[in-house]
Ligand binder design. Sequence first.
Ligand code: ZN
Length: 524
Amino acid sequence: MPKSEIAIFDTTLRDGTQGTGINFTLKDKLEIAEMLDSFGIDYIEGGFPLASERETAFFKEVRSLNLKHSKICSFGSTRKPGGKASHDAHINALLQAETPTVVIVGKAWDAHAEKVIGTTLEENLNMISDSVSHLKSEGREVIFDLEHFFDGYAANREYAEKVLRTATDAGADCLVLCDTNGGTLPQTAVKIVEDLGRGNYAPLGIHFHNDTGCAVAASIQCIDSGAVHVQGTINGWGERVGNANLCAIIPNLALKMKKDIYCGQNLKDLTKLSRFTAEKANIIPEKNQAYVGETAFSHKAGQHTDVIIKAEYLMEHIDSSLVGNSRRILLSELAGKSTIVRKLAKYGEFDKNSEIVAQLTNTLKQKEMEGYEYEAAEASFDVIMRKALDRFTPLFELQNYHLESYKTMTSKSKTVGRLFLNAGGIEHMGAAVGEGPVDTLNASIRDALIPSFPFLKNIHLTDYRVRVLNPEEATAAKVRVFITFTDGKTDWDSVGVSENIIEASWEALIDAINFYYNNDVLEE
Ligand SMILES: [Zn+2]
């Protein structure tokens, strides 16, 4: 494959996991690696092979994924002072990870070599040279990370340049200038990259942290000044305030700077990549993230929306579909009504100014204020429309349910449930033991009703997601529950909102069942 102008290096699985609250299981790491590969990221830094068994296992298992494009990299430091790279445990661990590329980090700031490692400036250079040349002699592509490069350059330019020279002469394939403290401003970084010049050393890369809020800016400007390799993380996660955000760097390079990057061809999957990674980390994605955030292309009602409908290019900096995002016109008299007319189309033709459209607009507004969201819960919105049209028949009415959770010293917690329902004028009782309250309620409904309504055997709950809506309220916060059901052919989603997670789940559960009952059972 032809080499692209700029290489994209992802360190979500290594530097990204230094961020507060970012944890991945081995399975998550493998799934993210697969996703990064199908997106076309050039390098994926997998972690430090000696750090834990999970890290070691990652390097073993990632080999069986047969990635199409990405090169997996193991990460470690240069050999210890006074030893030999060929006998160094860390260097050997990098080789045993059997990755085509290895990343080693070394000191570029004289004070760090002397005070942190406690060695001489001369020995620090030997460590770099010996480590790089040993890994090269073992056939690896070697990326050398110069830790604290920009601060080191400011403190002792001559020594920082010696480090670059040493790594270049030892055969490093790329020298990554790291702003480890994250305090360097773009103009300072650019000046330094320009001073180093093009072609004097091995190809240059950059690695910024976002402590000044300028990591993306510094990255793209250094690329304009000659860097050909850029490191960052998905969603900008990382230590302290984070690393440079690849979800902004990539579209900036591809769309604004017209750089040739391999993943540019898959740009429309960028939003999916961002949200998938957030889902794996169980982190609510930042809504206002550039390009991929939920509100990146959203517009409030009024005149503004009119302009959008007439000529989007007047209000949006790019076409949102280029990065796989979509425009959201937030609910308003105008936008809401046309959306509702579109949704009502399955039940007939309705005028924008009709009574029913006005009524649904108000209901929707009210519900959204309470925390409901119907964009990903069509089934619940369908139930609302049917109620308004008088075309809704509930499968059952609840009389009561009772749930009890129990746990012993030696067993996992279980939930026992019992409920009484009224369906078709007859009282039904159902009982079940489940893993948790939602599972138990679902099983109890089925237990009560399957003998009379065998269609319930064909539908199953496949996904259950919970979001806390106002976390500052702590345990009194509202939760929004999304549930996905399937009949094996199609899926449908419903939503519930409450301060009580069981109540929110119950709401979503009965919407999902009633949706199927009304659309697929009664209307067939
Ligand atoms: Zn870093």
